[in-house]
Design a protein around this ligand. Sequence first.
Ligand SMILES: CC(C)(COP(=O)(O)OP(=O)(O)OC[C@H]1O[C@@H](n2cnc3c(N)ncnc32)[C@H](O)[C@@H]1OP(=O)(O)O)[C@@H](O)C(=O)NCCC(=O)NCCS
Length: 208
Amino acid sequence: MKAPLLLVGAGGHGRAVLETLRDAGWPEPAGVLDDNPASMGLPGIRLLGKLAMAEALRGQGLALAHVALGDNARRRALGEWLLSLGYALPEIRHPSAIIAGTAQLSAGVVAMPRVVVGAAARVGSHTILNTGCIVEHDCALGHAVHIAPAATLGGGVRVGDGALIGLGVSVKPGVSIGAEAIVGVGAAVVADVAPGLRVAGVPAMPLG
Ligand SMILES: CC(C)(COP(=O)(O)OP(=O)(O)OC[C@H]1O[C@@H](n2cnc3c(N)ncnc32)[C@H](O)[C@@H]1OP(=O)(O)O)[C@@H](O)C(=O)NCCC(=O)NCCS
């Protein structure tokens, strides 16, 4: 039996993660922390307070946590902080996700509904595999990456830490996308993308 976990982030992504936890048969989360008073809140889940409370809650015996924030840098920083406090960040998989037996998912990864991860793919910590994305065989994703809904990465694609691959993007097999790059909605990436670059279009070209 899994133990209830502490969620961080009571916004839109938090609500989506909550549904995934429920569908996957996790017990109800022990509560949620959020610094933003304007956050929507999570239905049926108690807002315990601000993020700083995570330390005291660890002292009270909470052992599992998940950072459900869309911002890649913030999700990574908070995830690493929670690990340093002694929390474990379990992998969360929707039951409809298909993850190859030879794929490796790291701490704090969430695989939302209908995600497919192929053979020998590697997914770094705190990465979001969002609804219906496909990460083909031998892909290597860094830490705190976000693969948005319906994006498809061909075999052997590499994605650096903190990169955002937007909604419905297609990436040609073998292409490398640098750390913190952003690939705009609907792009077709057919050549390597340098770190920090924003690209969009078919074929994807630098923006601005
Ligand atoms: C690429 C992106 C980051 C640019 O955002 P931005 O800096 O706010 O850019 P703007 O919306 O001001 O647009 C700047 C220009 O780029 C164009 N543009 C923006 N996104 C584009 C896209 N995906 N494809 C083609 N052109 C795009 C705009 O039309 C505009 O062109 P113009 O200067 O000729 O009018 C953003 O549009 C995007 O696609 N983000 C990904 C969102 C996403 O998938 N999130 C995951 C949700 S789960």
